[in-house]
Design a protein around this ligand. Structure first.
Ligand SMILES: O=C(O)CCC(=O)C(=O)O
Ligand SMILES: [Fe+2]
Length: 401
C-alpha cells in the first residue's frame, strides 16, 4: 500500500508500507499513525524554520508586517494553545499596586532617606519592582528619548534595514526577536540594542534618528544608577558604596523596544515572560501600558505613571543578595492601541571581560542564611542566560548550590 501524508502545507511525503496479513494490520496502522504524527511535526518544524527565515530576511521586523497590512497574526508569533492570556491564573483579579517611590530630597534629608530606603527594601523583597518619580531625569529628556526610539523605527525602511543584523559584535544591533530561531513563539516586537558603558560607541556609530538623545539619556541613567545602587546597598544593610564598589553600576546595555499595534493582541505577546539577567534595570515606558509582573500567582499591571521610571531587580542582584532581593518574572502584552515604545537600560558588566567572581555577599551570610549560589563570572552567567533565550526559566537555577 502506498500512503501519502499531506502536511498542512505544500510539503508532500510519500511512504511505502507493505501489509503481510490482516493480523498485523491493526498494529501497523498504529505505527502509521505515530509516523504520520512525527512526519507532520517534522514538516511543521521545517515550515516554521522557513517562515522565520523569510520574516528575518525582510529586515523590516514586525513593523514591516503591520505596514504590509497583515490582518491575522502569522503562525510564527502564535502562543502555544495552553499559554494564551485568557488561561487560568492569567488575568489580574485583585488590585495590587507596584509602589511608586518619590526620590525628592533623598540626598538631603536623612530621616526621609531612611523612609525611602525602607520602601525600596520592601519593594525589592516582595515585588522586585518599583517605580520612581522625582528621579532627576528631566521630563523633556524622557519624552525625547521615547520620540527617538519611535523616529528610528518609523524612518525610511531602507535606512533602517542597514542596521538590521544578528551579529551581536556590531556596536548597534537592530533586529526583531534576539532569540527568533530559539523561542517557541516570536514576540510582536522590534528592538535595537547597544552598550553605552563602559565603552560608549562613537556618536557616528549610532543612527542619526536617535543618537543625541540616546547619549544624553544614558548619561542621566548612569547617574541615577549610582544613586539607586547606593539606596539598594543601604536597603541590604551595607555601606552606601558597596554595590558600586562591586562594579554593579559600571556597564550599561541600552535597549529600545517598539511594539507595533497588533491586529489580534490576545494571540501573541510583546515580550514573553522572563527575568532580567543584569543587576538592575531602568525602564522608561510610554502611556500605552502592557508591562506586567507575575506575583501572587497572577499577572499584575505595572501601569504607566507620567514622568516615572520603572526599576526592577535583575538576576545578578538576586544572586549577590542571596535571594533577599527578587528578580521577578515579567512580560509585555501585545496591544491594539500602539505602537508602544519603551527603553530598558540594563546595568551589567557583560561587556567588561573580567575574571571577577560574583557570589552571595559574605556580610549577608550567616549560619541561618548560608550561600544559596555558587560564584560565577558575569561572562559565564550571561553566556548561559543569552544562549537560553526568553524561555521563562530563570538562569539562576543553573547556579544554585
Ligand atoms: O517594554 C517594557 O516595558 C519592558 C521590556 C523588558 O522587560 C526588557 O527589555 O527586559
Ligand atoms: Fe525585562
Amino acid at each position: 500500500m502506498q500512503l501519502e501524508i499531506s502536511t498542512s502545507t505544500s510539503v508532500l511525503i510519500t511512504l511505502t508500507i507493505n501489509f503481510n496479513n490482516s493480523k498485523q494490520s491493526s498494529k501497523k496502522m498504529k505505527i502509521m499513525e505515530a509516523m504520520t504524527g512525527a512526519v507532520d511535526s517534522a514538516a511543521s518544524k521545517l515550515d516554521r524554520a522557513r517562515e522565520l527565515r523569510a520574516f528575518d530576511d525582510t529586515k523590516a521586523g514586525v513593523k514591516g508586517l503591520v505596514d504590509a497590512g497583515v490582518e491575522n497574526v502569522p503562525q510564527i508569533f502564535l502562543l502555544p494553545r495552553n499559554n494564551t492570556k485568557s488561561g487560568t491564573g492569567d488575568t489580574a483579579k485583585v488590585n495590587f499596586t507596584i509602589p511608586v517611590i518619590d526620590l525628592q530630597g533623598v540626598e538631603i534629608d536623612s530621616t526621609l532617606r531612611q523612609e525611602i530606603v525602607h520602601r525600596i527594601r520592601h519593594a525589592s523583597e516582595t515585588w522586585g519592582f518599583f517605580q520612581v518619580v522625582n528621579h532627576g531625569i528631566p521630563v523633556g529628556v524622557l519624552e525625547e528619548m521615547l520620540r527617538g526610539v519611535r523616529r528610528f523605527n518609523e524612518q525610511d525602511v531602507g535606512v533602517k534595514k542597514q542596521f538590521y543584523t544578528r551579529d551581536v559584535s556590531r556596536k548597534f544591533v537592530f533586529n526583531s526577536n534576539f532569540d527568533l530561531y530559539a523561542s517557541p513563539a516570536a514576540n510582536w516586537r522590534d528592538t535595537f540594542f547597544c552598550f553605552m558603558a563602559p565603552t560608549p560607541p562613537q556618536p557616528q556609530e549610532l543612527p542619526a534618528s536617535c543618537r543625541d538623545i540616546q547619549i544624553e539619556y544614558s548619561r542621566h541613567v548612569m547617574t541615577l544608577g549610582v544613586r539607586l545602587f547606593g539606596l539598594l546597598s543601604e536597603a541590604l544593610g551595607l555601606e552606601t558604596s558597596r554595590l558600586t564598589n562591586m562594579d554593579c553600576a559600571n556597564g550599561l546595555a541600552f535597549v529600545g523596544h517598539y511594539y507595533p499595534s497588533c491586529p489580534q493582541p490576545e494571540l501573541t505577546l510583546g515580550a514573553s515572560k522572563h527575568t532580567d539577567d543584569g543587576f538592575l534595570t531602568v525602564v522608561l515606558q510610554d502611556h500605552i501600558g502592557g508591562l506586567q509582573i507575575f506575583a501572587e500567582n497572577q499577572w499584575i499591571d505595572v501601569p504607566p505613571v507620567p514622568g516615572a521610571l520603572v526599576i526592577n531587580i535583575g538576576d545578578l542582584l538576586q544572586l549577590i543578595s542571596n535571594d533577599k532581593f527578587k528578580s521577578v518574572e515579567h512580560r509585555v502584552l501585545a496591544n491594539r492601541e500602539g505602537p508602544r515604545v519603551s527603553v530598558a537600560c540594563f546595568f551589567s558588566t557583560a561587556l567588561m571581560p573580567s575574571s571577577k567572581l560574583y557570589g552571595p555577599i559574605q556580610d549577608l551570610l550567616s549560619e541561618d542564611n548560608p550561600a544559596k549560589y555558587r560564584e560565577t563570572t558575569v561572562e559565564e552567567f550571561f553566556s548561559y542566560s543569552y544562549a537560553k533565550g526568553l524561555d521563562g526559566v530563570s538562569p539562576l537555577l543553573h547556579f544554585k548550590i
